[in-house]
Structure formats: structure tokens, C-alpha cells
Ligand binder design. Structure first.
Ligand code: 5GP
Length: 382
């Protein structure tokens, strides 16, 4: 159920073939089959109403391309249904063990695609029935990062032993870096739009406490028709004051009062931005607010040429996957889509990936390392 933001990527398939081809990411809709299986188990246990959730799952899998924004565009009822699906995944997956497993696997999947820097975002959750607090949820995530064994993970940091995760050993780069793939992993903590001001503030405080455990910023996400901007503003202002970068899901629905307030807030990045009006785009461009583009998730960005337009005027953009499981995509697939949408050649794609270094929330040292990686790759690619 993780929502992913992806920053850097060296295309494996370009490297190998010197040309573009659609990667076979093999995700298909297996996620939905698994969800159905898990739902059946929980239904039998009486935890959920199987008939209710099966309707949501089937409706989404039946439509073209599992993309809720596509469905939303075609049918106004579907946005809440998609968030119902997220809720379902939460019921199916929110226990410590599963969170750890998902974290590990998601990192390994991205690393297998030659992703070199991953900003993974997730919403710290409380679940009394599982003895879960926001902190213990994050411990489960961090355990997942540490459990990755197929690649080297560049995670965290000095001084971490004083933090509330003292039983968790911080990991720098596990040795053997020359022989194995290496991926930098950083975390963004999401505030769900259903949360109260106090709960949002708790997430900001947690993000600060976990700074030495790879947490580099905050995100505001969740069902865009739920919640008021004013509810989250105090927590987001506090995050700004303590120097935590912020990205906002902005303009997923045409709520122009909120879009304006979000742009006025001047976050370090915005995501999606599907329903911005001309004058709103103008302000985003003037303020140079980088845009996270998820082409599969936001098909109307393609249809309305928004993504291509901002790319062409050299506005800072970064390609991301959104939830790769839910949207049945991969970063290779997103680059493939971008190549056709923006008309990119191999060098353009390389530059696009490399430029995202500046908009990542990583610290300067990591940015320098990433620049070096791209510099080396450039020599072999061109
Ligand atoms: P989690 O935080 O549980 O790891 O990831 C799933 C959550 O991320 C969803 O429940 C939702 O709040 C948020 N999310 C994922 N994708 C999107 C998206 O495209 N738009 C919005 N607004 N929220 C999203």
C-alpha cells in the first residue's frame, strides 16, 4: 500500500538496448488477486464484509488500466471507491510484519530496475487492535529497509542510537558496494487528509524524531475530497519552521480555493497537479515549484498536454510511479510513457532523471553522490 515517489533512475532497458521498448514489468493485476484472497480470509474471519470489498476490487480491475484518475474522469463516483480500495489494502496489510515485508519488497523491486534513489512515502498509522502506534509502524518500515538483502541500501546516519528506535541498528551502506547494486532510500511521512490537526502534528514530530532514520520530509495525501486545508496548515507550518521539506498532493480535484492556498504555502514540491487552471500553472511556474508527475496515475496530464507543456518550458519535474502496485506500473513504464508523451530521446531522458537530484529531499552529501553516479553512467551511456 505504499505510495512511492521516485526521483532518480538510470534506465536499464536503454542501457542494454540503446533504444526504447516497453518494459514488461510483470505486475499485471496480481495485486488484485492477492487482495481478493486476503479479503476472503478476512471475510471468513468476520473482520470485513467480503461482498462489499469484492465489489470495489472488481470494479477497479475491470476498468481500463487500474487508474483511479481515469476512472474518476469517466465516472465521478469512482474516486471515493478508489480510496475505499486503499482502505481495504490498509485493513489487509496494516500489521507490523506485513509492513516490514512490503517495505523490503518494494525497495528490492525498485532496485531491480536500477533505481538509485528512492523516496518512499507512507502514512504512519495507529491500529489499536494490532498494538500499533505511529512510531511502531515506522519501526516496522525501518526494519523492512534493514531487511533488504538483494542490494546494498544506503540508509542512515550518525547519532541515531539516541533516538526512540534505539533497538533498531542504523545502517549506512552495507559493505560490498562495488559488486552489488546500491540504492539510496529515504522516507517521507504522509499526513492523511482524514487526520485531525493534532494527529497531523504528531506525524510532523515523528518525522523530526526520525530524521536520522532516513525521514527527509512530509507529504499531504489521502482522499482529496476529504478534509480542509486549514486543518493541516498548523502542522505543515510547524514542519516548515523546523526545516522539514514538504510536498503536497495538489489539484487532484478542481478545488481552486485549496489549490490557491497550497501554492501560496510554497511547498518544496507538488504532486499530480491535474486540475490547475492556466493562472495557477503560471504561479507554479513563476515560483519554480517542482512537480511530481505520475503519468499512469494521472492520465489526464497526458490528455490535456499539461505534463508535456511544463516539461517543454523547462519547469522542474520528476517522474514518479505513485503506488506502483495499485496502478500496475513501474518506473521503466513511466519513463516509457514520458518518452512518447514528451517526445524524448535517450539523452533527454537521462537529463530528466538527473535533474530530479536537485528537487529530491536528500541532503547535500547524498546529492553529490548521486551526481557522481550519473556522471559515471553518462560515460557508459553516450
Ligand atoms: P500508505 O500511506 O498507506 O503507505 O499509502 C497509501 C495512501 O497514500 C493512500 O491511502 C492515500 O492516502 C495516499 N495516496 C496514494 N496515492 C495517492 C494519490 O494518487 N492521491 C492521493 N491524494 N493520495 C494518495
Amino acid at each position: 500500500t505504499f505510495y512511492l515517489w521516485m526521483c532518480l533512475y538510470i534506465e536499464d532497458y536503454v542501457r542494454r538496448n540503446g533504444c526504447l521498448r516497453k518494459p514488461s514489468h510483470g505486475l499485471d493485476n496480481s495485486l488484485f488477486h492477492i487482495a481478493l484472497e486476503l479479503a476472503k480470509v478476512l471475510g471468513d474471519e468476520g473482520v470485513i464484509n467480503f461482498e462489499d470489498v469484492v465489489h470495489v476490487i472488481m470494479k477497479i480491475t475491470d476498468s481500463s488500466g487500474y487508474c483511479f484518475h481515469v476512472i474518476f474522469a469517466a465516472d465521478g463516483r469512482s474516486l471515493p471507491e478508489c480510496f475505499k480500495l486503499f482502505d481495504l489494502f490498509h485493513i489487509l496489510t496494516t500489521d507490523h510484519q506485513t509492513v516490514t515485508r512490503i517495505t523490503k519488497e518494494v525497495i528490492e523491486d525498485f532496485a531491480a530496475e536500477n533505481v538509485v534513489y528512492l523516496e518512499l512515502r507512507t502514512t504512519p498509522k495507529q491500529n489499536e487492535s494490532k498494538g500499533m502506534t505511529k512510531l511502531s509502524y515506522m519501526k516496522a518500515v525501518i526494519n523492512g529497509i534493514q531487511a533488504v538483502d538483494t542490494v546494498d541500501v544506503a540508509f542512515v546516519t550518525s547519532g541515531a542510537n539516541n533516538l526512540p528506535l534505539s533497538e533498531t541498528t542504523p545502517v549506512n551502506c552495507i559493505s560490498n558496494c562495488n559488486k552489488r547494486k546500491k540504492i539510496y532510500v529515504r522516507l517521507l511521512l504522509s499526513i492523511d487528509r482524514r487526520e485531525t490537526t493534532a494527529s497531523a502534528m504528531e506525524t510532523v514530530k515523528l518525522a523530526r524524531e526520525l530524521k536520522d532514520f532516513g525521514v527527509v520530509g512530509l507529504d499531504l495525501s489521502g482522499n482529496p475530497i476529504v478534509g480542509e486545508w486549514e486543518t493541516f496548515l498548523p502542522a505543515l507550518k510547524h514542519a516548515k519552521e523546523i526545516g522539514l521539506p514538504i510536498t503536497l498532493h495538489c489539484g487532484e480535484v478542481p478545488n481552486h480555493k485549496e489549490i490557491k492556498a497550497m501554492i501560496d504555502f510554497c511547498p518544496q514540491r507538488i504532486g499530480h497537479a491535474c486540475f490547475l487552471k492556466e493562472e495557477e500553472w503560471t504561479r507554479v511556474k513563476v515560483l519554480r515549484i517542482p512537480v511530481e508527475i505520475c503519468l499512469t496515475s494521472n492520465i489526464q496530464m497526458i490528455e490535456h498536454d499539461c505534463a508535456a507543456d511544463i516539461y517543454k518550458v523547462n519547469h522542474p519535474v520528476a517522474l514518479c510511479t505513485d503506488d506502483s502496485g495499485l496502478f500496475s506500473t513501474s518506473l521503466s513504464n513511466e519513463y516509457h510513457l514520458a518518452a512518447s508523451t514528451f517526445g524524448l530521446n535517450k539523452r533527454d531522458m537521462f537529463i530528466l532523471a538527473r535533474s530530479a537530484i536537485q528537487f529530491s529531499f536528500a541532503d547535500l552529501e547524498v546529492k553529490e553522490e548521486l551526481s557522481k553516479i550519473f556522471c559515471e553512467a553518462e560515460g557508459t551511456l553516450f
